[in-house]
Design a protein around this ligand. Structure first.
Ligand code: C2E
Ligand code: CA
Ligand code: CA
Length: 774
């Protein structure tokens, strides 16, 4: 910074930084001097006198100090600052004696440095304490003064009171800090506390508070009051928004300022004045906190320890504070809305899956001792799709909302209900017992609540639910496992016929898992040709000739070796995979049958087992036609074995299909006959060619009369209905003889031949018809 010396008079030289500013000041001083015709002097004393007089006219404190920083001259403004009438108490003293030590020392050091370096201090901002303890901010300019020879002899100073500007600057700074806190997402109470502390600091003798008004609420609740006692805050908490509810309730009600300058006799304060006065609160000015869209968010109150009405400064600060509070509250509301949306399902307003998982994890985490328990109930509405399909999606949405409400209302407030998705809910029964009996009561209550009739779109209907339960800790120790297991149990409940509940069982689940792998392996097996057929011969008891073979599927598993059909047929049937496997068997059997058709003199019939699923699949006829076409097998040489259970589920449909088959020439046998419950009269309505007496009757035939009687009755019945009767599972000669005696037509069993490779059937055929083979 360049320094210039300006000659003020012949003797006094000021060294300053801001030459122009000082030049202006000098001009002003000259003008004053001329106006008051002060003596133009060339001596220091004369000059000093001249200067003293000018200084008296300056409204800012002006002073001169000697080389030791002792006051040599002070003007009226400075005397006023120290609250003294004449200069005597000040002249000859340094700041060390006039200010608190830390401030005095700072000034002293500053000045000594300034005089030692001959560098002026211009517009330096600093503060002092006024006698009443208030802070006063000053912008001070101190300039070293030298004598004619250039020796520094002291300094000249002028200070301007900038308290107003400075405090509002500081306030701005603090307010923008609060705004930063808002932007940074600091919790609302912390932000409001900071904001109110700021108000209290700027307005001496005040205590501030903010009461919040929740959207749609009718009463105000504690928001922040950093300096008010807990007792007072809780007494005020919950006051209603209304004409007579203290200044704050009234301000929120009217949407305008309400000033109670004397609480002791203000009608608004009738109910709370004793408490307020006991806490030293004598007046209260309330301002509504209003959002930019005009919604009342709460009330800001500034209490004073004096009976008073807010001045201009307080009013301005109050409005600014209310404005910032509005920003903070709005932001908090928006944030809680976002949080709500992130954590809740918007339709049912129930916590969502994320929240549920967090809740479970928290419970698990809290169980440090390993002694806690809770249970998880997976709820799935039965046939909810019907509601959506028949009444529309908005009706479906309403049903979800109704069910959500019912679930919440039928449980304890400590329990936790979440919407898992679609028509699925999950209930967390907290710190409840995991005793099945106790849970059962809750489950029944849940199902009853859901079952209550629903009135919607002038219709009344009922909805059922399937529930699955998993228990902590036995069924899982984390959210994922517990949910998976409850879901699993729910599926079992559905499989059991809906509207029931099921507890998770690890054993059943393991079986299910094994079933799944099995199905996967069957798929691979079909693709990789691990399946093959064996054929079991059937003999006519009269001619002793082989008249047919039953095709039986076999599985050559790459690691498990040969897997018997009873290990996979059931699973394949349940999953529907049997159709795929059955179609393969059908084609393969027809192919083999057509081979034998080519060289056997007398035709042999090939029997193929057809499961119920396959029979009702809808494309059975097409598949049979395809297989016959592809292989050229005579339809009359194909026999389908159906079981009783598969024909009685839908007799009409069954008869229709059977008649089509009969018209095609395909034969139908009723397998495992005697084990089902078909009545004899219904049996006569089916176009059947053959009855196969179940193995169980044949095997016990030589032991008990009952079985023999049944076998006899079946044979008689078959003949009555003009069907052939075949006994299966014939293992002994004795059984053969007995069946012969009963006039049974055919036999099949280990005694006459086990299921065998097709090559062995070739051998049997060539034994039987030696001439037909070359
Ligand atoms: P099924 O239709 O009753 O087949 C006869 C079963 O009895 C065969 O068992 C056969 O090996 C067995 N068997 C034959 N003679 C005797 C005997 O004298 N004593 C004893 N103890 N058993 C005898 P397999 O091959 O294990 O088949 C079991 C079941 O698997 C079959 O019972 C049938 O229901 C099913 N199955 C086999 N192949 C197929 C197929 O290709 N499709 C369908 N859907 N089911 C099949
Ligand atoms: Ca069979
Ligand atoms: Ca059978």
């Amino acid at each position: 910074m360049s320094k210039k010396s300006i000659l003020l008079s012949e003797e006094v030289v000021f060294a300053v930084d801001d030459a122009e500013a000082l030049a202006e000041k000098v001009e002003a001083l000259r003008a004053v001097a001329e106006e008051h015709s002060l003596p133009d002097t060339t001596s220091w004393d004369a000059h000093s006198l001249w200067f003293d007089q000018i200084a008296e006219y300056i409204s800012d404190p002006v002073f001169m100090k000697d080389r030791s920083s002792r006051f040599v001259m002070v003007n009226e403004a400075l005397r006023n600052h120290f609250s003294v009438n004449n200069a005597d108490p000040i002249i000859g003293k340094s700041d060390l004696e006039l200010h608190p030590p830390e401030i005095g020392l700072k000034f002293f050091d500053e000045e000594q440095n300034l005089m030692a370096t001959n560098e002026a201090l211009v517009g330096h901002e600093e503060f002092v304490y006024l006698p009443d303890g208030e802070v006063q901010w000053l912008s001070t300019t101190k300039v070293p003064v030298s004598d004619r020879n250039g020796n520094i002899i002291g300094l000249f100073g002028i200070a301007r009171d900038i308290t107003r500007r400075k405090t509002s600057e500081l306030l701005r700074g603090r307010q923008s800090k609060v705004l930063e806190m808002i932007a940074a997402g600091v919790p609302l109470t912390t932000v409001l506390d900071e904001l109110l502390l700021l108000v209290e600091e700027h307005l001496r003798g005040t205590k501030a508070s903010i009461l919040l008004l929740e959207p749609g609420a009718k009463s105000l609740h504690h928001g922040s009051a950093p300096s008010l006692s807990k007792e007072y805050c809780s007494a005020i908490d919950g006051i209603t928004v209304g004409q007579k509810s203290g200044s704050c309730g009234a301000a929120a009600h009217r949407g305008e300022d309400v000033i109670a300058s004397d609480i002791s006799n203000d009608p608004l304060w009738r109910d709370h004045k004793v408490l307020a006065l006991a806490h030293g609160l004598k007046s209260c000015a309330s301002t509504p906190i209003i959002s930019p869209t005009g919604r009342i968010l709460g009330s800001l109150a500034i209490y004073s320890d004096k009976v008073s009405t807010p001045d201009e400064v307080q009013q301005a600060l109050t409005y600014e504070t209310a404005r910032i509070a509005a920003i903070a509250i709005e932001r908090d509301l928006a944030e809680s809305k976002i949080r709500f949306l992130a954590e809740n399902d918007p339709l049912s307003e129930l916590p969502n899956r994320n929240m549920l998982e967090n809740q479970i994890q928290e419970l698990v985490k809290a169980d440090v001792s390993g002694t806690q328990n809770f249970s998880l109930v997976f709820v799935d509405l039965d046939k909810f799709k019907h509601v959506n399909d028949s009444l529309g999606h908005s009706a479906g949405d309403k049903v979800i909302q109704i069910v959500a409400d019912r679930l919440v209302n039928c449980l304890r407030p400590t329990d936790f209900v979440a919407r898992f998705g679609g028509d699925e809910f999950v209930i967390l029964l907290k710190n409840g017992s995991t005793e099945p009996d106790k849970i059962r009561m809750v489950l029944e209550r849940i199902q009853e609540a859901i079952n209550e009739p629903i009135d919607l779109e002038s219709q009344t209907f009922e909805i059922c639910s399937s529930l699955g339960i998993s228990l902590y800790p036995q069924d899982g120790k984390d959210a994922k496992t517990l949910l998976k297991h409850a879901d699993h149990a729910m599926y079992e409940a559905k499989a059991l016929g809906r509207n029931c509940y099921r507890f998770y069982s690890a054993k059943l689940a393991a079986e299910d898992a094994a079933k799944l792998t099995l199905l996967q392996e069957i798929r691979v097996g079909i693709r990789e040709e691990q399946f093959f057929l064996e054929f079991q011969p059937q003999f006519d008891l009269l001619s002793n000739q082989m008249t047919g073979v039953e095709a039986l599927v076999r599985w050559n598993h790459p690691t498990r070796g040969r897997v018997p059909p009873d290990k996979f047929i059931l699973a394949a049937e349940e999953s529907g995979l049997i159709s795929e496997l059955g179609n393969w068997v059908l084609l393969e059997a027809c192919r083999q049958g057509s081979e034998w058709q080519k060289f056997a003199r007398d035709p042999i019939v090939i029997s193929v087992n057809v499961s119920a699923h396959q029979f009702f699949s809808g494309d059975l006829i097409d598949k049979i036609n395809d297989a016959l076409d592809q292989t050229g097998l005579d339809p009359r040489l194909l026999e389908l074995e159906l079981t009783e259970s598969s024909i009685i589920t839908d007799p009409d449909h069954c008869i229709q299909t059977m008649e089509t088959l009969r018209d095609m020439g395909v034969r139908i046998a009723l397998d495992d006959f005697g084990t089902g419950y078909s009545s004899l009269s219904t049996l006569s309505t089916f176009p059947l060619n053959k009855l196969k007496i179940d193995r169980s009757f044949i095997q016990n035939m030589d032991k008990g009369n009952r079985e023999l009687g049944i076998a006899r009755a079946i044979i008689a019945l078959g003949q009555e209905l003009e069907m052939r009767v075949i006994a299966e599972g014939v293992e002994t000669e004795n059984q053969m003889d007995q069946l012969k005696a009963l006039n049974c037509n055919d036999v099949q069993g280990y005694f006459t031949g086990r299921p065998m490779h097709r090559g062995m059937i070739d051998g049997l055929l060539s034994d039987q018809y030696p001439n037909s083979l070359n």
